[in-house]
Write a protein that binds this ligand. Structure first.
Ligand code: SF4
Ligand code: SF4
Length: 267
């Protein structure tokens, strides 16, 4: 099913330009069937002594979950024979539904092993993606959908979420929304207008206006542009760690019944 679902997603993004087809496809890219939240674990934050806030937020989330399954490999990088990032850093599936996961995909792990996996992904520059998407239940034959959540570690060359999004039709605008409290800040004085960030943005959420970069409302807060700007004109700003975690938990609860034990945090 994984092999079949891949071309469906790609075709859906491209065909969303056609109004009639868009009306059929759009629900599958939007809530409640599709919720995708990018967490920029690979980018340092401008906050003294707290540069790993996004990573810590995900660590705290992992402490709240009892059931964690790690895939032996990333389906996307494996299918696309990725040459840029290691296929061995697979997604993690969370929630009671993972008890149905076939053992050939990977294994269940404890919280500390999950955090170690998260840190490996961050260290090689992958973006974390908290995803509650219908395609996972189809691809892996899992039910119920409501108690299943994924944390994937995404790149820009092979990821099913990120690849081809620049070619999306107008109907898919707003498919990936930024977590509140997370901002990309732009210093116009430092900006040389080189356009590197615009090329790097998978959503085409950076426009060049009067020789300077402009971050549009389509930005999902993935942080990739921050990594690419050699002038230091872009930075990641975060309200504070607790607020970011609360926003993330709220978003997860608004689309799923994933059991989250907030009293089990270790921080
Ligand atoms: S990469 Fe940096 S310097 Fe270049 S356009 Fe973007 S913000 Fe400006
Ligand atoms: S503007 Fe930057 S942070 Fe926003 S979606 Fe594009 S690459 Fe990600």
């Amino acid at each position: 099913m994984v092999v079949v679902s891949w071309p469906i997603i790609i075709a859906g993004k491209r065909l969303s330009s056609y109004p009639f087809i868009n009306s059929i496809i759009k629900p599958f890219f939007m809530r409640p069937h599709n919720e995708v939240i990018f967490i920029p674990i690979q980018v340092a934050v401008e906050a003294p002594g707290q540069t790993h806030i996004p990573r810590r937020v995900l660590e705290r989330l992992l402490h709240m979950v009892d059931d964690i399954f790690v895939f032996d490999e990333c389906m996307c990088r494996s299918l696309m024979d990725c040459k840029n990032n290691p296929p061995s850093i697979g997604c993690m599936a969370l929630g009671p539904t993972v008890s149905q996961m076939h053992g050939s995909h990977g294994k269940t792990i404890d919280t500390l092993a999950a955090i170690s996996h998260l840190n490996r992904a961050a260290d090689v520059g992958l973006v974390a993606t908290v995803a509650h998407t219908w395609i996972d239940t189809v691809a892996f034959g899992l039910t119920p959908f409501k108690t299943l959540m994924f944390i994937c570690f995404c790149d820009d060359c092979c990821c099913i979420f990120r690849k081809h999004m620049k070619k999306r039709g107008a109907g898919l605008e707003g498919a990936y929304q930024r977590l509140p409290g997370l901002e990309i800040s732009h210093d116009r004085e430092k900006c040389t207008g080189c356009g590197t960030c615009a090329d790097a943005c998978f959503l085409a959420a950076v426009s060049m206006e009067k020789g300077k970069a402009h971050i549009t409302g389509e930005c999902s807060g993935c942080g990739r542009c921050v990594e690419t700007c050699e002038e230091g004109a872009l930075s990641l700003k975060i309200e504070d760690e607790d607020s970011l975690l609360n926003d993330l938990v709220e978003r997860i609860r608004s689309v799923s019944n994933l059991p989250l034990n907030t009293t089990k945090q270790k921080f």
